[in-house]
Write a protein that binds this ligand. Structure first.
Ligand code: 4AD
Ligand code: MG
Length: 477
């Protein structure tokens, strides 16, 4: 007999039939009640065993974490909190989990501890819920763009270009590290490499997406990207997933509209499809909030925050307006900031972004028209010759979730900017050709997928929303 997924058993009303379930034991109470989970839902199914008729040595093998198969009758349950249960006739232990060694016990483990158990933490309720939500969000991303006729396009992972011009790249080489070929001047001779030149893991698929948008109109990428920045924060990963749409003929306003509509769509989708998991995460957060002092408690629950985003327009504010607001917040007066902002042209630190979103506007904010000097070379210069058509979307509790821009489509202006910023034109010859042949207005953005998952799940550390996080400290898994 084939086993049935637990989610289907729980939703079934077809009682008094024989069913089979397979999964991992969550708890085993009174030698009688097994809570069984198979990952198909956050809910466990209760399996009632007749311990008097089960061999004692079998019973001894049933512990939290063990994989088992049960066959029995599906009945309506009288127990609180569940509709159905299985009255077990036959039980097989597929794989034991020695309780003296198995680290995930039925109690609350700290997230720090669970990070050291990345291969097992997904067996907890919280991580099961997070990873199911992550999966549904991925699907929603594709559904949104596919329904709108965007072409999904895969940007290369190994590339010679530094798309952000920020030099935060992981080198990729096929050369033997213990015997690197050297040029006369002592530098490494990459001409002998498999690729014949220096190559890196991509930091963004944007430049390639631009080339594709100039033929297919509307495209998007959704793939892994890599940053060799040594930032050990709760918002940065060395490997993260990015969604990057790029649209021909869109200006910056169209770009903002697309980003806002897209974010609202995926949040709405997940609210509809992940009710049980989000309910669990909501309650988990509420119980954590109770341990905080009143002043630090959030004024909205997770579900309220998600609905708030759906129901309110993102506030669109220019960089210059933002600086005027921040200038008024002197650190010596109210000790708000570690870094004082008093000058137009300064880059915003995450504390400033969070102040704008969480304290000042109290809603998601789209900041636009940043100073050219603090943004990448490819953004379109405004008429003022000082600012570029950049946009960052800032979210409560997260900070920057999206970075995007209208692109510099004018060949001469682009070359000027590349020169000014020391970007290698030879390396990006192909990118420059997109401006030589059939250039047109176009815009796009990148949304950091893990930052979106952070927001939707209410988690606070980015290491907890990706299966096996890659950070400067984390090479074990
Ligand atoms: O602002 P960024 O660097 O923009 C780009 O890469 C553009 N080329 C995107 C584009 O226009 N197509 O990165 C975009 C987003 C950020 O807003 C943030 O959400 C996320 O990617 N991000 C990171 N997420 C996790 N860890 C990191 N180290 C991240 N760096 C950026
Ligand atoms: Mg950015």
């Amino acid at each position: 007999m084939k086993h049935t997924k637990i989610i289907d058993l729980i939703n079934s009303t077809n009682f008094l039939h024989e069913v089979k379930a397979k999964g991992w034991v969550r708890t085993f109470r009174n030698n009688q009640f097994i809570a069984l989970n198979d990952g198909s839902t956050i809910k466990n199914i209760q399996c009632v065993v007749d311990f008097e008729n089960l061999p004692a040595d079998l019973l001894k093998k049933i512990h939290t974490g063990a994989a088992i198969s049960v066959t029995g009758t599906l009945v309506e349950s009288k127990g609180a909190g569940q509709n159905v249960e299985i009255q077990v006739n036959n039980l097989e232990v597929l794989g034991e989990a020695n309780p003296d060694e198995y680290p995930i016990q039925p109690k609350k483990h700290s997230l720090e501890f669970l990070r050291e158990q990345a291969h097992l933490r997904v067996r907890t309720n919280a991580f099961g819920a997070i990873m199911r939500v992550r999966s549904v969000l991925s699907y929603a991303v594709h559904k949104y763009f596919q329904d709108k006729g965007f072409v999904y396009f895969n940007a290369p992972i190994i590339t010679g270009s530094d798309a952000e011009g920020a030099g935060e790249m992981f080198r990729v080489t096929s050369l033997p590290l213990d015997n690197l070929p050297k040029k006369e001047d002592g530098s490494i001779d990459f001409s002998e490499d498999f690729f014949g030149k220096t190559t890196n893991l991509t930091v963004s698929g944007q430049l390639e997406a631009e080339a594709y948008a100039m033929a297919l109109g509307q495209v998007y990428t959704f793939g892994p990207t890599f940053r060799a920045e040594n930032s050990n924060t709760s918002r940065h990963l060395a490997e993260f997933w990015m969604i990057e749409p790029e649209v021909a003929f869109n200006n910056l306003d169209d770009n903002m509209d697309l980003a806002e509509d897209f974010i609202k769509y995926v949040i709405k989708y997940v609210l509809e499809k992940c009710e049980d998991d989000l309910q669990f995460l909501e309650e988990r957060l509420l119980s954590e909030e109770k341990n905080k002092p009143q002043a630090e408690r959030s004024d909205m629950s997770l579900l309220q925050k998600l609905n708030f985003v759906l129901e309110n327009n993102f506030k669109r504010v220019s960089y210059t307006e933002a600086i005027d607001i921040l200038k008024g917040c002197k650190p010596n007066k109210n000790k708000k900031f570690k870094y004082l902002i008093n000058e137009w042209g300064a880059d915003l630190q995450s504390e400033h972004e969070r102040f704008l979103v969480e304290k000042h506007f109290k809603c998601p904010v789209i900041l636009f028209d940043y100073p050219a000097d603090i943004k990448a070379f490819y953004m379109r210069m405004n008429e003022d010759g000082k600012t570029v058509r950049a946009m960052d979307i800032l979210f409560p509790g997260i900070g920057e979730i999206v970075g995007g821009s209208q692109r510099e489509e004018r060949y001469d202006k682009l070359v000027e900017r590349m020169e000014a910023m020391g970007v290698d034109q030879e390396e990006l010859w192909w990118y420059l050709e997109t401006r030589k042949f059939g250039t047109a207005t176009h815009s796009g953005f990148g949304l950091g997928f893990e930052r979106l998952v952070l927001f939707v799940t209410g988690m606070t550390n980015i290491r907890d929303v990706i299966p096996f996080p890659r950070t400067p400290q984390n090479a074990e898994f």
